[in-house]
Design a protein around this ligand. Structure first.
Ligand code: FES
Ligand code: FE2
Length: 469
């Protein structure tokens, strides 16, 4: 028998000691769905109802979830209706300007107290019996408080259930877990990369949208796809041909992808890809074409000194964030894959614009974003077909006997002198996908946050940008 090649990958401490025993709890691992040495992965995780239910508790009940952006609730008493996993949540800004994430469930019998997507209101009245809550979640009024309840109702304990909220550069995150680490620690060194999109300008960003639609696919298929650059020349062949014919973009080949100096990195649960080049080209955004290139170049020239002051030279001039995911379900910027059962995902597509950008540039980016990754976007439609088929294959009891193969680049990643995280040797790799499913296992196997490892922050954050923008 040929001896198995040694595993060259230098795993982060949180991935290094894997086996049937859980090193953190000394117990047998309940979920061991991926073999990191071979990349073989159990298809059942894409369709099994019991696993899905456990994900809602162990992942969406614990992780920091991206739920909105400050620009969606700009003024006092504004609210925006969103979700944490499957749970409906009202994101409010109270009269003092504080943000709240409130479970949209009346504490009496459970009706939703908000029925619209957004608005401005100081209080929310349940339409069943009239219990009324302030926009900070506290219970203010109950019909028959004395006459029917004999003044025995404990108002203080019957406010809307509130999640813990923190922000990063205007993005709003929330968690139900009281023992969760702070958002800064949760994002960890991934923020070093995320800053290059979300934290570039002094004026911050504004969110438009979302466009919402349902996709017949498991939520994880679209998250793991964020690091899959391998599929682009094949799945998007026709879309890329349209782009090169009508927008003047160069054709993309497998060879280009395999030779690319771009990077593929996994940091603290979050998957990153980025363009590594100091050619002073504006970063690629949807909306770039031969006709609009001038707009992007002018904007790049005008804003580079500010971006350099905020992020330092290396990040401003060399790192251009590409496809990425924020664990568990933030994908490609401010877009959400909201689980709706094991075989269905509700997709929320926002367009995030730099607030002080010229209006003409904003218009071009907005149209380009919809044309590429909106509900009818060229690239989106190519992708959905893949995710749907990966999901469908996992529903067959026979097919499930044969595991998925995520072996590309096993053993070819490690620390990098310039870049934080675990950096793949090649841009085209399945390293991030393997690590995503290993992160998934860590959440699913832990009894509490004490059993979920976090990498310490090691990156040097040059420049003036902070968590607060
Ligand atoms: S269910 Fe809301 S007041 Fe009764
Ligand atoms: Fe794609």
């Amino acid at each position: 028998m040929t001896p198995r090649r040694p595993l060259l990958i230098r795993l982060d401490p949180c991935y290094a000691d894997r086996g049937r025993k859980n090193p953190d709890m000394g117990t047998t691992r309940k979920h061991a769905v991926i073999d990191p040495a071979t990349g073989k992965i159990d298809r059942g995780i894409f369709s099994d109802r019991a696993i899905y239910d456990e994900e809602m508790e162990k992942i969406f009940g614990r992780a920091w979830l991206m739920i909105g952006h400050e620009s969606l609730v700009p003024g006092p008493d504004d609210y925006f209706h969103t979700y944490m996993g499957e749970d409906p949540v009202i994101l409010t800004r109270d009269g003092q300007g504080r943000l709240h994430a409130l479970l949209n469930m009346c504490r009496h019998r459970g009706n939703r107290v908000v029925r619209c997507d957004d608005g401005n209101a100081k209080r929310f009245m349940c339409a069943y019996h009239g219990w009324t809550y302030r926009n900070d979640g506290s219970l203010e009024h109950v019909p028959g408080k004395s006459e029917a309840y004999y003044d025995a109702l404990d108002f203080a304990s019957l406010g809307l259930i509130e999640a813990h909220v923190e922000t990063y550069a205007g993005l709003i995150f929330a968690t139900w877990a009281k023992d969760a680490p702070g958002l800064e620690a949760y994002l960890g060194d991934a923020r070093w990369y995320l800053d290059t999109v979300f934290n570039r300008r002094d004026g911050g960003m504004q969110a438009l949208g979302p466009t919402k639609w349902l996709e017949p696919a498991n939520w994880k298929t679209m998250v793991d796809n964020c690091s899959d650059n391998y599929h682009v020349p094949t799945s998007h062949l026709s879309s890329a041909a349209v782009q090169s014919r009508f927008l003047g973009r160069p054709r993309l080949s497998h060879d280009d992808q395999f030779r690319s100096p771009n990077k593929h990195v996994f940091v603290n649960g979050h998957a990153i890809t980025f363009r590594d080049a100091d050619d002073n080209q504006p970063r690629y955004m949807h909306g770039v074409s031969t006709e609009t290139m001038r707009l992007f170049e002018d904007y790049h020239r005008a804003t580079t000194p500010e971006v350099e002051r905020r992020l330092g030279t290396l990040r401003a001039r060399r790192v251009q964030l590409g496809n990425h995911s924020i664990f568990p379900n933030g994908i490609l910027g401010f877009r959400l894959a909201l689980p709706r059962g094991p075989l269905k995902t509700e997709f929320w597509h926002f367009v995030l614009l730099e607030r002080d950008a010229p209006e003409e540039l904003k218009r071009v980016i907005r149209i380009g974003s919809q044309a590429n990754n909106g509900a009818a976007g060229m690239f989106e439609q190519d992708d959905v077909d893949n995710w749907r088929q990966v999901t469908e294959a996992s529903t067959s009891r026979f097919a499930r006997r044969h595991k998925q193969d995520l072996s590309m680049g096993v053993g070819h990643a490690g620390p990098h002198p310039d870049y934080p995280g675990l950096v793949s040797e090649r841009y085209i790799s399945e390293n991030n996908q393997r690590l995503f499913y290993m992160r998934w296992e860590q959440f699913m196997n832990a009894d509490s946050w004490a059993g979920i490892p976090l990498d310490p922050i090691r990156a040097r954050f040059d420049g003036t940008a902070t968590m607060r923008g």
